[in-house]
Design a protein around this ligand. Structure first.
Ligand code: PMT
Length: 396
């Protein structure tokens, strides 16, 4: 991919300092950042801080000394792969919605053909003001993207909606908008991720070491490629990708119920979750007391969700995972057949830098026609894109 350029507009508000983190995160991804600050933004944060982080001159004035021979607002507008305004004040939203271009930021946005993302931040009453909401709707109707503010305690002392969206989420949204290959548009993708927990009593459960990293990476890659994604996840510490329909579940039977709700209307299912095969036959209502004897726990089988999906399959593309410790080829091929899958992604979870909780994975992909592809060790993000590439090549 060519190096991308983001123009970041910063408007006046206490959240302006948070935009420094956006610049820093984008630079770490090797994205060029040019910052335009409104005059009031400069009252909150010094332009020098943005300049140091972006390593580009920060534009603050319409009629300041130009730093190059270009007409500055036109040249920035043309340079942009994406325009982001964070925080976006009620003032800039109002100006853009009504065609007012009276400073460097509003003029440059008006002149750009790049997509524009706004992340509003303001007092909660200002945010709910119907005039502002009308302006937001107007901009949405012109194709502007918005990332809603979070709820919480605001700098003005009130509590409500108006906090700038989490900067990690803003950068996640930027990643999606910058990703060019949109080959999953109009496709509904269902991804399962993470472990399940099967309660023994109110304080104990059976689970496994899945972190959710593999499944979240697949959900994010599918979203970046334009799919409408539902991510059904067991307990995980990860932040769900922005813009996906995120459903948090606890046990294997919760996962079964949620998956079944979506299955009929889904085009591609990718089951990377590590679902418990067994659950305690009964869940004790109070904590099991220890005694001097051992403890026998009777386990019963959990429903095999993937098997059930294979049985009910109509036009869906069904992709399973297999976590193996030995005989990987044999077990993986059997799972592919027995569960009526179109593709299976197997990983040997005893390998270094692979499997549970690792940032990287080494996977082998099995197909119905008996072919298999061994991928080298790579980040789970890279693996996710390749898994989707192979899924899209399957002819049925
Ligand atoms: O989450 P991470 O820390 O990133 O780790 C990633 C991973 C190791 C969990 C992932 O790469 C992986 O291998 N996922 C599948 C784990 C698993 O449960 O494998 P399995 O071989 O036991 O199950 C085979 C398939 O049947 C899986 O698609 C599983 O989701 C599904 N299954 C299993 C049991 C069950 N009751 N219902 C199911 O649907």
């Amino acid at each position: 991919m060519n190096k991308k350029t983001v123009i970041l507009g910063v408007t006046g508000g206490i959240a302006a300092y948070k935009s420094l983190d956006i610049v820093s995160r984008l630079r770490k991804k090797d994205i060029n950042v040019h910052v335009i600050m409104t005059e009031s933004a400069t009252k909150f944060v010094a332009p020098l801080s943005f300049q140091a982080l972006s390593q580009n001159y920060v534009v603050t004035e319409m009629f300041g000394e130009p730093k190059s021979f270009d007409i500055e607002h036109i040249s920035l507008a043309e340079k942009a792969d994406l325009f982001v305004i964070a925080p976006a004040s009620a003032n800039i939203i109002g100006k853009l919605a009504n065609g007012i271009a009276d400073d460097m930021l509003s003029t440059t946005v008006m002149a750009t053909k790049a997509p524009v993302l706004l992340a509003p931040a303001m007092n909660t009453n200002m945010y709910s003001n119907p005039i502002l909401q009308r302006n937001i709707e107007a901009l949405k109707s012109y194709g502007y993207f918005f990332l809603d503010p979070d709820e919480g305690r605001l700098a003005c002392g009130t509590t409500g909606k108006g906090k700038l969206a989490d900067t990690e989420n803003i950068v996640d949204f930027i990643d999606m908008l910058l990703y060019e290959k949109k080959d999953l548009i109009n496709k509904k993708v269902l991804v399962t991720a993470g472990p399940t927990r099967e309660d023994i009593d109110p304080v104990r459960y059976i689970s496994n070491r899945s972190s959710g990293k593999m499944g979240y990476a697949i959900a994010r890659a599918a979203r970046n490629r334009g799919a409408e994604v539902t991510l059904i996840s067991g307990p995980s510490n990860l932040k769900p990708p922005v813009g996906v329909n995120f459903i948090k579940i606890y046990s294997g039977s919760d996962m079964y119920n949620e998956v079944m709700k979506y299955y009929d209307s889904t085009d591609i299912v990718i089951k990377s979750a590590a679902v418990a095969d067994y659950r305690p036959e009964t869940i004790e209502t109070s904590k099991i007391k220890k005694n001097n004897e051992g403890l026998n726990l009777k386990l019963v089988k959990n429903q095999d969700i993937l098997y059930e999906l294979g049985r009910l399959k109509k036009s869906q593309l069904l992709i399973g995972f297999a976590a193996e410790t030995n005989n990987l080829d044999e077990y993986a091929s059997n799972k592919l057949k027995n569960k009526n899958l179109d593709m299976l992604v197997a990983n040997d979870v005893t390998m270094e830098k692979s499997g549970f909780d690792s940032d990287t994975n080494t996977v082998k992909i099995f197909f119905r026609n008996g072919e298999m592809v061994q991928l080298p060790n790579m980040t789970k993000e890279e693996a996710a894109y390749i898994i989707l590439d192979y899924a899209l090549k399957i002819k049925r």
